[in-house]
Design a protein around this ligand. Structure first.
Ligand SMILES: Nc1ncnc2c1ncn2[C@@H]1O[C@H](COP(=O)(O)OP(=O)(O)OP(=O)(O)O)[C@@H](O)[C@H]1O
Ligand SMILES: [Mg+2]
Length: 418
């Protein structure tokens, strides 16, 4: 893997989103911590549904975000950890084992096991972003902290792979190349968002992170401290804006403003009495103000948001994770929509809360971005870099936790779901 740290010892992360691009710079501290030192946030151009849609515009967007962060620190960066600019993610589980022959498990056994599991990934799987071992077992013993040194006949693993189509990743590489940035690791955005928005107990008990961005909605299911499922739905909060543009013939900018100021995912009788006015260009080329009841705007938004959560529930049910989900955490810019928690609760029939990045509350006054849901992915990238890329002991610990309930599920999953 290319180097993670910049030559000046700093970490830099990049989240190229459909509506905004964020570059954060941080200084590693302690074993797995860091101090955020600078942030650059710019409006994205050349990105659609989380993928690069115009190379030149995207290059200029990334350059501006990086330059904005660099100018805050006076330091230059040349290597980043980035969220993958992709519209789809594919999650798969692989089961593999090696013979121990009644001997102790060695490092070599563990390496062979992972190698064998990785060799099972089909050639046409696309670009592999992550291979996360989510359960190690020695014979029938599944609750093993660390199989190294344990004796048995068989060492096995369940490995979670997260993949994405190859071409969008190449487009992203082209953008980073032109920006003269080395990318040491690409991370699935719901993985990053979940790392920093879910509390440790939520990551253990079975929680879903829903990252409602502008162009896509990322879904990540965490169980036993690990990400065990990941997906993306090609609908984001921009769809609400586009619905309003179509329905009321308003400009995108007006629809965006009205959505954030007066939008809601829940109807209310008070909305019947309030009119929202906006300008349109009439047939005579003059600008006229027209008014629409707030209730009509809310009706359109509510319908689309309800559809989105039905979609999310269907994804979780069809992949077998719904029954294991105890709560749902919403993040991303779209999670700021009024009434969204209540709507999500009624469709998903689970506890729902809004998640802001929670890793470093003591730093929130230094880096104001840390408290905003729209920065969850970027902050999660810092968490991923500090804990999983720089701190190998955490990475190992994180890959070997397990528990019986989910193991039974994984094995059911491997037996029943292709
Ligand atoms: N108060 C609000 N009410 C409703 N929507 C909001 C509000 N604030 C922001 N949004 C929406 O959040 C979206 C931006 O979210 P975010 O910054 O997480 O997206 P992104 O990361 O750029 O996109 P993506 O992850 O899909 O590529 C926009 O559609 C914006 O309109
Ligand atoms: Mg995003």
């Amino acid at each position: 893997m290319p180097r993670v740290l910049n030559k000046n010892g700093l970490i830099a992360v990049l989240d190229i989103g459909t509506s905004k691009t964020v570059c954060l710079i941080a200084r590693p501290s302690g074993d797995d911590g860091f101090e955020p030192v600078a942030a650059g946030t710019v409006q994205s151009l050349g990105v659609d549904k989380s993928e690069i849609a115009d190379l030149k515009d995207a290059v200029s967007t990334v350059m501006h975000a990086v330059a904005a962060a660099e100018s805050e620190t006076g330091e230059r960066i040349d290597t980043v950890v980035a969220s993958a600019s992709v519209g789809t993610l594919t999650s798969s589980l692989i089961n593999e084992s090696v013979d121990l022959g009644g001997q102790e498990t060695t490092e070599a056994d563990m390496s062979l096991l992972i190698e064998k599991a990785q060799s099972k990934i089909p050639d046409n799987a696309g670009e592999i972003l992550h291979c996360v071992p989510i359960d190690y077992a020695v014979d029938a013993r599944h609750e093993i902290k660390n199989p190294l040194g344990l004796t048995g006949d068989k060492l096995s693993v369940v490995m979670h792979t997260i993949a994405t189509p190859v071409y969008p990743v190449r487009d992203m590489n082209a953008v980073l190349d032109q920006c003269r940035l080395l990318c040491s690791k690409k991370v699935a955005s719901p993985y990053a968002a979940g790392l920093c928005c879910l509390k440790p107990e939520e990551k253990n008990q079975g929680s879903v992170i829903v990252d409602l961005g502008a162009g896509t909605t990322g879904i990540g299911f965490f169980y036993n401290g690990q990400i065990v499922f990941c997906d993306k739905i090609p609908i984001g909060a921009n769809r609400l804006t586009k619905d309003m543009v179509k329905q009321f013939e308003m400009s995108f900018a007006d629809a965006e403003r009205i959505k954030t100021l007066y939008g809601s995912a829940l109807p209310s009788s008070t909305y019947e009495k309030t009119d929202i006015s906006y300008p349109i260009i009439g047939d005579d080329s003059r600008i006229n103000n027209v008014a629409v009841p707030q209730s009509e705007i809310v009706r359109i938004i509510e319908k689309r948001i309800e559809e989105l959560f039905i979609n999310i529930r269907t994804v979780l049910e069809s992949r077998g994770f719904y029954d294991y989900c105890t709560n749902v955490v919403l993040t991303g810019g779209g999670s700021k929509l009024h009434g969204i928690c209540e709507k999500a609760e009624s469709v998903l029939e689970r506890k729902v809360r809004i998640g802001s990045p929670v890793c470093w509350p003591e730093r929130q006054n230094i880096l104001k971005e840390a408290q905003y849901p729209f920065c969850a992915t970027a902050i999660g990238l810092l968490d991923y870099t500090a804990r999983r890329l720089l701190n190998s002991s955490y990475a190992r610990e994180a890959t070997i936790r397990s528990n019986n309930k989910i193991i039974r599920f994984f094995h059911w999953f491997l037996d029943n779901v292709k």
